[in-house]
Design a binder for this molecule. Structure first.
Ligand code: ADP
Length: 415
């Protein structure tokens, strides 16, 4: 089956076309045949890049008014004579669409076939993710407007994997009726990535699902850590929104809420302005003053920039503390797994996080670590380390495609 995996942001549309089928899951023979990105949707200068495997990318700038026009632009590219995509001549060759949806609240613990009732429920949980869910819905509406109900659509949620967290992990210690009235609790994010990585670890090590006891660090622009016990998420460091937890590229992660009150008193800005600083100008960028990109920060630190080095130390320190709390919470684990842009490539950060943890049973192998980047999947701890350290590249789109196929075909067994 050809699955069109769609990730709609407020002004962006990202897609992949993945050829996959239930029979392929076990063999890992499923594969991506095309991908693309449209940025600045809603402007006169939208930027598009489309690429089918084995062909040079097609790039351009043109007005694209909304998500519907963006999808039509992709459709037109797919159907243009010069475009060669394996197994695809037109959008008619797409069998299903898988949407990345950020927030499923307590309503969606699993991926679902999208229909009117699901759309209604998604609209209801939009206020929990005002930046993301309305954009995801725009994608769903655009597809429905263009294709009607000709192509089945499936919603895959970032929060769903964490629906197994126990109450004591997801509740905040604020008046209980805030939870009852407003559903204020931690939901956790990056669930599709954490779930994919837990699944890969299980396959590589030939384990049944209930034998997967690992701590996963998804370190990209956004960063989160998940405790996986008996194959299920029991904790994720992001909370009700993705600002909580680890230090990120531009987000502060955990801070004392008293800081917000103090900044307001000092008239640093209005409440939305202060929130925007904590979301967009904090984290690695805020501390280093250099960049939100680890590569720039490491270069600056190497050249003697104190704030850059401090930012790296703070990033690693926070991650270490979270690993410690995950290990305490789960009474140990079999592995710590790194994934996403930083986790897969950044040998320096991995070393800073993993060194000096022998007392916990983590014996990190610096040589193996130095060999692991650019999509390599390998163990980077010493033979005999009680807790293994792994790097497993994530592939959220593949999991989205696989869930879409499963749901469309009515398969009941989860990955
Ligand atoms: P997103 O969360 O947007 O999916 P990614 O997982 O692609 O992001 O991670 C992007 C981040 O990964 C970059 O901002 C950068 O800090 C980091 N990164 C990517 N490549 C490298 C590298 N070779 N070395 C160090 N850090 C890297």
């Amino acid at each position: 089956m050809n699955v069109f995996v769609l990730n709609c942001g407020s002004s962006s549309v990202k897609f992949q076309i993945i050829n996959t089928d239930l029979d392929l899951f076990e063999t890992d023979a499923d594969h991506m045949v095309a991908k693309g990105l449209i940025e600045k949707v809603g402007s006169k200068e939208a930027i598009f890049t489309f690429e089918s495997v084995g062909q040079p990318p097609v790039k351009g700038v043109e007005p694209i008014a909304d998500h519907r026009e963006a999808i039509l632009k992709i459709k037109k590219w797919m159907e243009t004579k010069g475009t060669k995509i394996e197994g695809i001549n037109s959008f008619d060759d797409i069998h299903a669409i898988g949407h990345r949806v950020v927030h499923g609240a307590e309503k969606f613990a699993k991926s679902v076939l999208i229909g009117d009732e699901v759309i209604k429920q998604l609209e209801e949980c939009s206020d929990l993710a005002p930046l993301h869910n309305p954009a995801n819905l725009k994608g769903i509406h655009a597809i429905t407007e263009i294709f009607g109900d000709k192509i089945p659509q499936v919603g895959v949620f970032d929060t769903a994997f964490h629906s197994t967290m126990p109450e004591e992990a997801y509740m905040y210690a604020i008046p209980y009726d805030f939870y009852q009235k407003y559903r204020i609790r931690a939901y956790g994010f990056h669930g599709t990535s954490h779930r994919y990585v837990a699944y890969r670890y299980r396959k590589i090590n030939k384990l049944p699902k209930e034998k997967v006891n690992v701590v996963i660090l998804h370190l990209g622009n956004g960063c989160s850590i998940t405790s996986v016990k008996n194959g299920e998420s029991v904790f994720n460091s992001m909370g009700m929104t993705p600002i909580e937890g680890l230090i990120m590229g531009t987000r502060c992660g955990d801070i004392d809420t008293g800081i917000v009150e103090y900044l307001l008193k000092k008239e640093i800005g209005t409440f939305p302005e202060i929130m925007s600083i904590l979301q967009k100008k904090s984290g690695m960028l805020g501390v280093s003053g250099v960049s939100n990109d680890m590569r720039d920060i490491e270069k600056a630190a190497d050249e003697g920039n104190h704030r850059a080095l401090l930012a790296l130390k703070m990033f690693a320190y926070r991650a270490k503390r979270y690993i410690g709390s995950s290990l305490a919470e789960m009474n140990g684990a079999d592995a710590i797994i790194f994934t996403a842009g930083i986790g897969e490539n950044d040998t320096i950060i991995r070393k800073m996080i993993c060194e000096n943890m022998e007392a916990l049973g983590i014996e990190f192998d610096e040589k193996l670590n130095d060999q692991c980047f650019k999509g390599k999947c390998m163990k980077i701890s010493k033979e005999g380390s009680r807790i293994a350290v792994w790097v497993i590249p994530t592939n959220e789109e593949l999991l989205l495609a696989r869930d879409t196929v499963r749901i469309v075909k009515g398969a009941t067994k989860e990955l």
